[in-house]
Design a protein around this ligand. Sequence first.
Ligand code: FAD
Length: 383
Amino acid sequence: MDLTLSPSELAFRDELRAWLLANHPGREPVGDEAAFAFRRDWQRQLHAAGWAGVSWPTKYGGRGATLIEQAIYNEEVVRAKAPQAANVLGLAMGGPTVIAHGTEEQRRRYLQPILSAEEIWCQGFSEPDSGSDLASVKTRATRHGDEWVVTGQKVWTTFAHHAKWCMLVARTDSDAPKHKGLSYFLMDMDQEAVQVRPLVQITGEAEFNELFIEEARIPHENIIGGEGNGWAVAITTLMHERATLAFGLQVSAQIALNELIEKARSTRANGQPASEDPVIRQRLAQLLIEAEVLRLNAYRGLTAIMRDGVPGPEGSLGKWHWSEVSQSLTELAMEIAGPRAMLAEDEWTYRFLRARANSIEGGTTEILKNIVAERVLGLPRMR
Ligand SMILES: Cc1cc2nc3c(=O)[nH]c(=O)nc-3n(C[C@H](O)[C@H](O)[C@H](O)COP(=O)(O)OP(=O)(O)OC[C@H]3O[C@@H](n4cnc5c(N)ncnc54)[C@H](O)[C@@H]3O)c2cc1C
């Protein structure tokens, strides 16, 4: 593809860059509640200025941005070190799924409050025995008149403690083949039957939760994409997760690498800056090459979307590669820091610990390798 931006794309980038510079709210406060309130305010500001849901159609409150503009947007917000929007899962996954599979009535009901951060969304896919093999979910939904009664357990549900709506995949037909017996619901989290319990990560944060669902009620009209069609709808959600991530991720890798190079220059080891150590120099150079490959592959993925109209399996390659770069980068930072790396308050120690999840969240590396092997390279299926 042609990597040069057109005059209108340049204008889009410059307008966004200037807006981010003028409106950046500063550093995020520490603590879950304070950070969440800060992100919600930030998203309101983005929304008011027309910078939330940029790729959504204008008739649903978006900006109708092209794919290239969406990619520019993802790059620029990371480059500006702007805070994350509070409703990240609603914006990146929930909204696009409702736009693709929802009825016009559902679009009118759900999209606007996602953009304004009035209603936060979470993703209830994984269960204790169903992660990679999502089609094996056991959470069961049984129809009683105009509503469904749902019982089961979900796990790793990011931001469930802030969410109003949960994108819930549940089994509605136990006799059908496993991919066919699923439906995709929007479950109201605001009911006694849904208990949210935080899970504390290695970083000390509780970003995600367990969900215990005991006869929760969901109106029939809250099914997205029709009864029994949950698998196809869930795949749309996952494709959006990986495809839209790629551009932000490659820039975040470039930024982290530049910061690491600075760290290597300013940290002395054996009487000289760590950046003078030939082994460290070689590893930094390797990471520089990897980050560039990541950037070029993100463009390659974009070309595929422009050609085929939907995010393809190439998104899996970018996510897999990024997790490796992110983990190698933070491991090298720990080596450069030496004994200081053991201090929990060091920013790089936090990043190192958080990076352990990169090869699991949004699809594990092993699963992504299977997708690349089978669907990108056309190798024989493993089963
Ligand atoms: C930070 C974070 C946030 C998350 N947020 C959410 C969320 O909001 N909502 C949600 O629903 N889930 C969320 N998840 C869950 C995530 O999607 C799952 O952890 C992931 O899909 C893996 O599932 P699992 O943990 O059950 O592992 P398993 O599927 O049990 O896998 C265990 C190991 O076996 C390997 N494996 C499994 N099957 C195969 C195979 N066929 N071939 C080769 N290797 C295989 C895996 O790669 C892995 O190493 C989150 C996870 C993390 C870490």
